[in-house]
Each structure stands twice: as C-alpha cells, then as structure tokens.
Design a protein around this ligand. Structure first.
Ligand SMILES: NC(=O)c1ccc[n+]([C@@H]2O[C@H](COP(=O)([O-])OP(=O)(O)OC[C@H]3O[C@@H](n4cnc5c(N)ncnc54)[C@H](OP(=O)(O)O)[C@@H]3O)[C@@H](O)[C@H]2O)c1
Length: 164
C-alpha cells in the first residue's frame, strides 16, 4: 500500500520558499500517527526543509545529486529505487512530498491522506489535481481552528477507484 500524505490549501497550495504555509499542531500529530513505524519517501528539498531525519521512521530521500550525504537517511537516485527499498522494509509506504515528488507519484499511490486547510495563501508549490474519476473520498473529519491551530481544516481520505 502506497499512501501519499499532504496538507493543502483551497487552491492546492502546499509550500512557499521551501517552507510549509501554516502552523497546525493537530495536523503534525496526525502526520506522526499515520507515518510512525513506516518508511517515508520524500524529495531532497522537502528533506532540507525539515532539516533532520524524522524519528521512528526510515527516511528515504530522493535526489539526482551524487555528491550529497547526510547521516540517518537513505539517499536514492529515483522514485523506483525509493519504492523498492521502502517495500523491502514494510508493506505500508508513505510518500510525504513535496510538489515535485507528488506530481510524479500520484498515479502510483493507492491512498491519499489529505489535510484540506481552509485558507488561500501565496505559494510556489502545489499538489496535483485529485481526479474525481480516479479517486473516491472515503472519510472526512472536520476540525475547527483554535488558539493553537490557526485555520479550520479537515482530514480527508481518498482511495483509488480500481479499474474494472
Ligand atoms: N504541505 C505539505 O503537505 C508539504 C509536504 C512536503 C513538502 N511541502 C513543501 O513542498 C516544498 C518542496 O517541494 P518541491 O516540489 O520544491 O521539492 P521536492 O519534491 O521536495 O524535492 C524535489 C527534489 O527531489 C529530487 N527529485 C525529484 N524527482 C526526482 C527523480 N525522479 N529522480 C531523482 N531525484 C528527484 C530532486 O533533488 P536534487 O535537486 O537533489 O536532484 C529535486 O530537486 C516546500 O515548500 C515544502 O515545505 C509541503
């Protein structure tokens, strides 16, 4: 099972200047619960944005650079290689961004765990369009903003519609 995890705004915006667009501790907790104990795959820019390996998960980072090394992560040269390594570790694999990697993997995923943030923000990175013909929303849980979470948001699960 390949699951994409993303938080996006109303215009599918996900990042600007290699940063996230919001501070939503409830979403970070949700992300941690979904991915802990499983391999996570990300692009080199997302890794640099996070700045360190995320604990209790095998961090697999995709880059075309062959002179780049970091402790505590597995660096691979392609999406295919990332998925091959991840699947050896666990049958549940999570792709955690960013925009470039989402674009190339949305058609390979079985499930999308989307946090839809009720905001429209300036961004330079976006999630691809979720095609209603290919994806069925199977779950949705709404959360209201509070003193720690700056926007309303909802956790939405989409499952790939299997072709007959
Ligand atoms: N809201 C969210 O849920 C979320 C999640 C994750 C990230 N983000 C945001 O997204 C932004 C980063 O996304 P991004 O699109 O700029 O970058 P990215 O997808 O994180 O990383 C792109 C890099 O990955 C490597 N790469 C991509 N495709 C490859 C391939 N087929 N083979 C080998 N290497 C490949 C390249 O690294 P090299 O240049 O090293 O070759 C490329 O420059 C940030 O703003 C971040 O905060 C948001």
């Amino acid at each position: 099972m390949i699951t994409i995890v993303v938080a996006m705004g109303k215009n599918r915006e996900i990042g600007a200047d290699n940063q996230l667009l919001w501070h939503l501790p409830k979403d970070l907790k949700h992300f941690k619960e979904l991915t802990s104990g499983h391999p996570i795959i990300m692009g080199r820019k997302t890794y640099e944005s996070i700045g360190k390996p995320l604990p209790n998960r095998t961090n697999i980072v995709i880059s075309r650079k062959n002179d780049w090394f970091e402790e505590g992560i597995l660096i691979v040269g392609s999406i295919k290689e990332a998925l091959k390594f991840a699947k050896k570790i666990d049958e549940n694999v999570f792709i955690i961004g960013g925009g470039n990697i989402y674009e190339q993997t949305i058609d390979l995923a079985d499930k999308l765990e989307v946090t839809l943030v009720d905001a429209e923000l300036r961004a330079d990175t976006f999630f691809p369009i979720i095609d209603e013909k290919k994806w069925l929303k199977t779950d949705e849980i709404a959360h209201l903003k509070d003193e720690k979470n700056q926007f309303d948001f909802s956790f939405q699960t989409f499952e790939k519609i299997l072709e007959k």
